[in-house]
Design a protein around this ligand. Sequence first.
Ligand code: ADP
Ligand code: MG
Length: 258
Amino acid sequence: MLHFLDVTSGYGHKEVLKDVKFSIDPKDFIGIIGPNGSGKSTLLRTATKIIKPSKGEIYLERKRLDKISLKELSRSVAVVPQDTITTFPFKVMDMVLMGRIPYIENRLGLESKEDIRIAYESLKSVDAMDLEDRYVDELSGGERQRVIIAKALAQKPKILFLDEPTTHLDIAHQVEIFSLLKKLNAETGLTIVTILHDLNLASEYCDKLILLSEGRIKKQGVPSQVLDYETIEEAYKTCVIVKENPLTSRPHIFLVKK
Ligand code: ADP
Ligand code: MG
């Protein structure tokens, strides 16, 4: 459904992603991992047309990305950015309704009954109906993230991209958000592509991983193909031990003290 064919992209003359090639199939749950500065966010910006590749081609459902208008794109792809600014006191419901903007046509920006129904459905699917009348700047980190995901779901996307959605959350809320994403993926077939730092979360929740290092794909495949100790040590320049989680058979990474 999304194909990167030898894509190079970056900022001005600076090439960040280099000859990146991968495919995402419908219903995939993909994790993008790699050290700081390896190009993960740049990959997401390239996939969502924020930056244009200098080489290579990207196809979304057999259509070349540069032939897809931003409005059309935002009906099939939604993004949960790394840091959504929520200092403005929007009501939760109004924030979720912003996800309907790509569908509002010549109606002076007024939402229809259908938009409101979809906004409620989105809040419900992230288990946040009780937050409807709250203000987003007064929510806890975990609540806020669920509302931001609800806004993205209100776009009715086929692919949901997330950039480190749990970085500021404690372990309980990390698991809560990833379990929620897993449920959406399993029950609605939503394709999920998420950048994440925590290799163990990546291993447990993602079906496939793409490991970036210095702008290139170092490895991609199921977690057990990507998360071996040599690969991790080379990419992150850190000593680790990898053992199989006895409950899930997925690789588990242990840090080694210096
Ligand atoms: P990651 O998300 O893996 O931490 P990024 O994709 O954000 O990495 O960044 C990769 C490289 O691109 C870094 O060297 C970073 O400094 C550079 N970069 C990121 N955003 C910009 C920008 N807006 N302008 C110029 N360089 C940028
Ligand atoms: Mg980033």
